[in-house]
Design a protein around this ligand. Structure first.
Ligand code: MN
Length: 257
């Protein structure tokens, strides 16, 4: 089995190291990841400049390819031939913060997995952990890495339905305190963004989209409902964003009145 590991926090992030180590227990790992942090970069296809790739060594001494492209570019590069051997599974993460609800379209972690479906129709998963907001201390990725290995094993065994990839979120708990697995639907984030207008030294305005960290609704059956109750959340996602329950109503509108 050949597994491609990527992330959105950059090739030297500790979450990628933990994920690559766990995946090496399942097969041969190739790492193609961005050279810098692309968190909340969304789904990117770089078209108007060339992409550069260089070989680097990550903390455990293993080789990785670092690109100046986005996470989704890294997956496209790998699947289109930068990694010569066929890839059986694309794994993105481990992101230090959960990717739930509307996060999935902002998330570089999740959109990297999306790209695997588009470019290669290769099974893919994004792995995030619901880590603490305070990043002062080194985070412990060991539980999320164990869980990632288990989920990857299941995907390699069974495959995924065509066009479907998994968004996995793991509670930030010791492994023996994680209660189990829940297959969930996408829940609801509550963003608390606010516009902060400031003035630069030359008197011109500039803006920060700031505000407090987002919260989420811990509704039963959802991604955040599971994670906030101590369960691993596995949400099957697809790229078809059609609002199916609005389709028939809108088809009855007279669009030319
Ligand atoms: Mn990130």
């Amino acid at each position: 089995m050949r597994i491609l590991v990527t992330n959105d926090d950059g090739v030297f992030a500790p979450g990628l190291l933990a994920l690559a180590k766990a995946m090496r227990e399942l097969g041969e790992v190739s790492i193609v990841a961005p050279e810098q942090n692309w968190s909340a970069s969304g789904h990117v296809k770089t078209m108007h400049r060339p992409l550069r790739v260089k070989e680097v060594l990550i903390q455990d001494g293993s080789k990785a390819l670092a690109s100046d492209g986005a996470p989704s570019d890294c997956v496209a590069l790998a699947l289109l031939g930068l990694v010569e051997q066929p890839i059986d599974l694309v794994v993105s993460g481990i992101n230090p913060n959960a990717n739930i609800g509307h996060d999935v379209t902002y998330s570089g972690t999740v959109t990297a997995a999306m790209e695997a479906v588009i470019t290669g129709n290769v099974p893919a998963m994004a792995v995030s952990m619901d880590g603490p907001d305070n990043h002062g201390e080194p985070l412990d990725f060991s539980s999320a890495a164990r869980i990632a290995k288990q989920v990857a094993k299941s995907i390699l065994l069974r495959g995924l339905p065509k066009g479907v990839f998994l968004n996995v979120n793991v509670p930030y708990l010791p492994l023996d305190q994680i209660k189990g697995y829940r297959v969930t639907r996408q829940g609801l984030r509550v963003y608390r963004d606010s516009l902060d207008k400031r003035t630069d030294p030359r008197g011109r305005p500039y803006y920060w989209i700031g505000g407090e960290a987002p919260t989420a609704i811990p509704e039963e059956g959802t991604d955040y409902g599971a994670v906030s109750n101590g369960y691993v959340s596995i949400t099957p996602l697809q790229l078809d964003l059609t609002a199916w329950n609005a389709l028939s109503e809108l088809q009855e509108w007279r669009w030319d009145e």
